[in-house]
Write a protein that binds this ligand. Sequence first.
Ligand code: N01
Length: 539
Amino acid sequence: MGEPEVPYVDVLLVGAGFASFTLLNRLRKQGLSVSIYEKGSASGGIWHWNCYPGARVDSDTPIYQLFDKELWEDFTFQERYAGWQELRRYFKHIEKKWGVEEHIEYHKHVDGASFDEKTHQWRVDCSDGSEISCRWFIPCIGFAARHYTPPVKGLSNFQGQVYHTAVWPQHGVNLKGKRVAQIGTGASGIQVAQEIGDSVKHLTLFMRTPNMCLPMNQRKLDPKEEERKKANGDYEKAFNDTRGTFAGFTYDFVDRNTFDDTPEQREKFYHKLLVEEGGFRYWLNTYKDMLFDQAANDEAYKFWRQSVLKRIKDPEKQRLLAPEVPPHPWGTKRPSLEQRFYEVVDQDHVDIINVNEDPIEEVTETGLRTKKGLVEMDVLVLATGFDSVTGSLGQLNIQGINGGTIADHWKNGLKTSMGIAMPDFPNMFFLYGPQAPTAFSNGPSCTQFQAEFVEEILKRAQAEGITRIEATPEAEEDWTKRMHERWDATLFPLAKSWYQGANIPGRKVEPLNWAGGMVEYTESLHKSMDNDYQSWKTA
Ligand code: N01
């Protein structure tokens, strides 16, 4: 008896979220056979895993969805910022509308892959022992597929429950009336705290860096109004607008520097962005020098701080949450969008401990001991984030043609060609990963533009009989140099952020996301195929 035959598809996509759904629909229209392997039990990508209390997206309607009329014609989001339940309903809608379920296999955890130089195909292994071959191997696993738990001494001694926000139990957890301690105040931590803060018996927030949150200005959407907007072409316009902006939102930095305006004009402008409009506008629709010039940035911090101080009564909490001297330039760590966060944590039954002033020493059977004392708790919430951006792909045993895994390829520093491919890894593209606009973008915009490029390159390959495509080492070197240049021109290097891997002790600190904006990014992708595939080797 010979070896059992390994199944084959033209394209294997890993992960069932925005990126892979966009690609699936485009590539199957080209006549390619396409499968999606998803390790979870349902589609939704991050929204399958992100089901902690209060989890919702920080991009507003309509741009946080696939840019496809067929889909938005008969699905209308109910809130300006959709929550995880609604986003899951949206994924069900896509599945039904596009009939994609037959392409997806759930509980398929891709462990590793290697490229066959003879057949120009990838052989992909899964943790259930199965294998599959494919011509094009496209991980779409995002930047948050590997969560991070800090090495807190004694964690396993705790007799209560411990939950990490990134792998929150799908059946939910009842925290009402409980004494909860929470480590972390990033995007996940802010949302959990404001959601559970009113109903728990006691909440202690262990904070390392204050989050410079922005008001979300959440609201219910009027279905009739949304239908009117659709009929008017407003949705199409919004999607088109995302193509011309830095972060793939509908708005961009204004063409003015901070000190071009008088103090009165500035105050009015800041108020409009922060208080009247809300969302990310104070970050991404502001003066064009805010993220580049320290004095300009200080002005933004001053205004932000004053507006937050007005919302907190407790002077100690004012000091902790909006200190006079900021820990980093404003907006160089991801600002969370909040709803009542400051009011919720200002209550007497909520304590905030800055772990830089009062470090965590250990977890005991009943609580968390800091230098100053023991905090008794029933439940510990870890909102401690991810081995972000590179951790997702870097954890897989994907072998390059010259030996070594992706992690080996990056051992002396992160390098990719345009944040979408790498030499030594032919016929492999990755979406929403390292050295792309990823964390500096609206997710569906980034994946849409990357998917358009992959569609284009595979279309050409099909038409020209090309079976192997690989980024050149020169293209990788050039992109990595540009990555650093764009990053170094900003104030981002001054923050200890996950944007540069500084959240994990011992990890190399380097830029992980493209800071040159979406427009330059997409232009670079498409130009790379000019002059007979100038940035690619083909065979
Ligand atoms: O993770 P994070 P996240 N001791 O890394 C703290 C996206 N996202 O899950 O700031 C004490 O931001 C850490 O402190 P510090 C979004 O892009 C989006 O919240 O590093 N504290 C920080 O406060 C987001 O930015 C949405 O000093 C420790 C927190 O833990 C990204 O995912 C929702 C510590 C980790 O925050 C990551 O968000 C959720 C230690 N040893 C996520 N180690 C939405 O769109 C870590 N911390 C709404």
